[in-house]
Design a binder for this molecule. Sequence first.
Ligand SMILES: NC(=O)c1ccc[n+]([C@@H]2O[C@H](COP(=O)([O-])OP(=O)(O)OC[C@H]3O[C@@H](n4cnc5c(N)ncnc54)[C@H](O)[C@@H]3O)[C@@H](O)[C@H]2O)c1
Ligand SMILES: O=c1ccn([C@@H]2O[C@H](COP(=O)(O)OP(=O)(O)O[C@H]3O[C@H](CO)[C@@H](O)[C@H](O)[C@H]3O)[C@@H](O)[C@H]2O)c(=O)[nH]1
Length: 469
Amino acid sequence: MKITIIGTGYVGLVTGACLAELGNDVFCLDVDQRKIDLLNNGGIPIHEPGLEEVVARNRAAGRIQFSTDVAASVAHGQLQFIAVGTPPDEDGSADLQYVLAAARNIGRHMDGFKVIVDKSTVPVGTADRVAAALQDELGKRGDAAAGSEFAVVSNPEFLKEGAAVEDFMRPDRIVIGHGDSPAGLRARDLMKVLYAPFNRNHERTYWMDVRSAEFTKYAANAMLATRISFMNELANLADRVGADIEAVRHGIGSDPRIGHSFLYAGAGYGGSCFPKDVQALERTARQYDQELLILRAVEAVNDRQKQVLGRKVVQRFGADLAGKRFAVWGLAFKPNTDDMREAPSRVLLRELIERGASVAVYDPVAMEEARRVLALDLAPEQLEKIDFKAAPMDALHDAEALVIVTEWKAFRSPDFDQIKARLKNPVIIDGRNLFDPAQMTALGVEYHGIGRSVLTGRPGQDGQQEAQA
Ligand SMILES: NC(=O)c1ccc[n+]([C@@H]2O[C@H](COP(=O)([O-])OP(=O)(O)OC[C@H]3O[C@@H](n4cnc5c(N)ncnc54)[C@H](O)[C@@H]3O)[C@@H](O)[C@H]2O)c1
Ligand SMILES: O=c1ccn([C@@H]2O[C@H](COP(=O)(O)OP(=O)(O)O[C@H]3O[C@H](CO)[C@@H](O)[C@H](O)[C@H]3O)[C@@H](O)[C@H]2O)c(=O)[nH]1
């Protein structure tokens, strides 16, 4: 099929590349000329495992093209995917300006039947606004195409960064919301053909009305964020009462009604989705005079959890960190990505620097993006306190402690003798619970995990700051 993808970011590029991989003829549009030039020169603007190969293969086969030409993009696909950003507005609601601009562009140039597929994460009711914006543009036209038909369907995306290609190619489910007008049913039939290759083994598509599909996306992210905040809150309590949150995780996850996924306590959730989507759903509820109490707490717990590593440093080394140096491993909000959006490392670095410390940092792929983002977060003299190192062990020299923020695979089995030899004190503060506390004690490492104080003989102590917060 001929498909246009509007927005060539994480979701648009992965969607375009994967649909091309299935034999479709894909046109990727973006307003960012630099991004399009980079892609046309064989580059990839994001770090996403496997993506470069899929893009290269399909570019060579002539199945994917990149352009800023709006008219050509509208002419190309009968299916027009909207995959532009929906960042939080000042009040936390989703900013729909890019989505509506894309809709207007389609209305301005379309000629004949089009299906607008909303892949961006958008509040319930957005499809109606997309249809209205597009219709408004059509109404301004005096040509024969002004009466063109269209349908808006909702097809939210559930891929995770760092595993985006895999998630897209092997989805747990495909959610499609469509209307039941003749145009809506025609759109449903085209979507059925498009997604048929994903349904060969078993049917993965859930067909529903448009509003339910829009809602499903927020419900999924809100549920996952809730599980994380729930576990983080319990981990802080475990630190105080002397229980091991990892044992508790296994103990509850073995109940199939609960399951093992997304129960890892840590330094808080980040990324471009959970923080903004939880906020946006709360905002939608308020617009309808309802308060989502659970989600308000999920957000508050996460804001506090992002400070947990800073609190553990202060608890161990005191509030005044002037003249002290710390090593930080991991900057990206999660492994296998260079995405720094809402990354807990940003909260930690700010706190350490504001308390007078200097920091040596290392991340396997996010160093360049971190430099860009931290330059926006911090004043120039604060930025100077950050030393970007080329290898994890280089960050340890003269540091009071190693703080781990992101669970990259390369950090899982380090040489602890080297770590001990380089650090000033053999202290590891682990925001992702990578290591076995008993093994750390045996190795002579003073280990502070999240919710694991019972195993290091410090129940009550590691939790003190949480109690005061
Ligand atoms: N990143 C994820 O893991 C993920 C997963 C599922 C859903 N989502 C949702 O998908 C949407 C896109 O997210 P993303 O992370 O891919 O964003 P992104 O910021 O990486 O990419 C968005 C792209 O859209 C382009 N753009 C903006 N306006 C445009 C226009 N009028 N025409 C053409 N291009 C335009 C931007 O230049 C940018 O390249 C959001 O709603 C997000 O919530 C994201
Ligand atoms: O048990 C867990 C699992 C995750 N996290 C953190 O949660 C954040 C988000 O992780 P993850 O969900 O793996 O990454 P995202 O790429 O943000 O993906 C989420 O957001 C996307 C955008 O909406 C959705 O498409 C995905 O389904 C959804 O998982 C990261 O900071 C993780 O460190 C935890 O702290 N504990």
